[in-house]
Ligand binder design. Sequence first.
Ligand code: ATP
Ligand code: MG
Length: 414
Amino acid sequence: MAITAIKGFNDILPAESGRWQHIEQAARRVFELNGFSEIRVPIMEKTDLFCRSIGDATDIVEKEMYSFVDKGENSVTLRPEGTAGVMRAFIEHKLYAQDPVAKLYYLGPMFRYERPQKGRYRQFHQIGAEITGVHDPLADAQVLNMLVQFFREIGLDEPQLQVNSLGCPECRPAYRAALIEFLEKRVDALCEDCRRRLSTNPLRALDCKVPGCIEATAGAPSVLDSLCTGCDEHFSGVKRYLELTGTSYSINPRMVRGLDYYTRTTFEMVTTLLGSQSAVAAGGRYDGLISQLGGPAIPGIGFAMGVERVALLLGEKAFTRPPDLFMATLGSGERAFAFNLMHKLLQKGIRVEMDYEGKSLKSQMRRADKLGARYCAVIGESEVASGRAVFKRMADGGQVEAAMEVSEVLEILS
Ligand code: ATP
Ligand code: MG
């Protein structure tokens, strides 16, 4: 029996990869325009890094990590997200010493042991960005505006921006206590997961998707009512800057994130088109993370988007470039001639295809059609002898007779 891929690990086939490149290129373009540079970090880290940053009582660390002991008896983990590794590198290479304000982006595969379904896989891909070193809500607003700009750039206006503030170590404990008190009164209505994490991670109950939990938490206290003055002012600043730049958003006080390191601003880009996989991108501020990982007390804010979900939203639209010219040939001498012309045109950036194996003219024309070639030229003995051929525009059948010289062909195609 043939060997298949591991469950939840996908191949990105040629029909799809054009869409992926379109997404990646747009992200690079928009992020670099905003002053971000790419950072490439390993896909595997010491397990401790994720336990310490994401938090022991989160879904990711509790049950989703691909961790194993390597041959040297080290516990290692395939990264479930990007921020921890990026901040590990930021600290390890003392990037803050040159400039505490760093704007970094990354892209690549992430790994979580989840139940595979549409928009949820075990190997998936994220594109993320981080700004370190800025407390001011301007950084939050720039990150959010950049995310919105990215979605506009790839032609999607559907995902909506939702924002919230989760407070800080000063004000969150009081909110947590109030929420626990509220949940304890309804403990019988909560699912097993929410009951179990009632004391370790009670905020998760707010975004639990089990109907009973949604109902039971409907009247839960809002985190926004218990923000301290500093957090309240910060959140007002974020909203003010978004309004200043005309960025539309809604406030979702029930939004919590599945990672412990978030403080203050959190946000998601949500869609109604992907069922319960509604978050296309998500992120927030993590003012305590860098010091928690042994670095200096430098704040940060960032997000990650799920490339598979963005690709699903883009639909079946193809982003591959069709050939500019297909050359059909009638014999082996003509094939050699066409091959040489193709070589010269390729050097000029013209996308050319030809038949490699002496197929019938009919089947060559079928292939030209299938590939969506803009122009087609049939090259036979007399064309080679005269050095001229007829270039047929496939869209409307319009024909131009010209020399098979690079300069003339370039002119026809322009
Ligand atoms: P969800 O609530 O859907 O599980 P999450 O809160 O776990 O998402 P984050 O950790 O914030 O997700 O990751 C950021 C983005 O990465 C998500 O918004 C989503 O687009 C994508 N993502 C997360 N997990 C997966 C997965 N298993 N498969 C595909 N994409 C994913
Ligand atoms: Mg998740």
